[in-house]
Design a protein. Structure first.
Length: 186
């Protein structure tokens, strides 16, 4: 029995199991990938010498530059923490699909502000990281509920299990989840 095989406990029309369902699930799942990608991206960016040059780390003490680096990474996590409950409210009042669009837009705005800070201004960098976190935290919350809406109940269980953390997966589900880490390297 494969990872994406049908598990029938009630009659489901064959038309439900089509490529559009899997494509929608893959596209929506990239919303969950954003939190890991964005965290690792900024973690490696703050370690670059050019980042320190742009933000004047040579004029700061080691403790000050370490604090700035820690704040850049931590503010994203704080934004994600608050983004999830905010997305719950948008899901409730606007629906899941609109909420997914809103959280993606918030992330893009945060990324644009972060990009605009490369002139060496730390304030916009902090603000951009918080706004990115709001978008990513919200998107992570909305993705699993969207997958349930996009698919039949029999298939939703299989798709949701593919998003779980590796500690709760069986070995057959672990391999594809870990293999996804290699995608950005190609």
């Amino acid at each position: 029995m494969g990872i994406l095989s049908k598990i029938e406990d009630r009659p489901t029309p064959a038309a439900v199991y089509n490529w559009r369902v899997y494509l929608s699930a893959i596209v929506a799942s990239f919303g969950s990938c954003m939190i890991g990608y964005t965290t690792s991206f900024i973690g490696t960016t703050v370690a670059l010498g050019s980042f320190g040059d742009a933000f004047g780390f040579q004029d700061m003490s080691t403790a000050e530059s370490t604090l700035v680096k820690a704040n850049v990474v931590s503010l994203f996590q704080a934004g994600a923490f608050f983004g999830s409950p905010m997305a719950y409210a948008t899901c409730h009042y606007l629906g899941r699909v609109k909420s997914l669009w809103i959280t993606a837009t918030v992330f893009i705005v945060g990324a644009a502000i972060t990009f605009g800070s490369i002139t060496g201004s730390i304030g916009p960098l902090y603000a951009g990281r918080v706004i990115c976190g709001l978008g990513v935290g919200g998107c992570t919350m909305v993705v699993s509920t969207c997958l349930v809406d996009f698919t039949a109940i029999d298939l939703a269980d299989v798709l949701i299990h593919s998003l779980r953390s590796p500690s709760t997966l069986q070995r057959s589900h672990l391999q594809p989840s870990v293999a996804v880490l290699l995608v950005p390297t190609n």
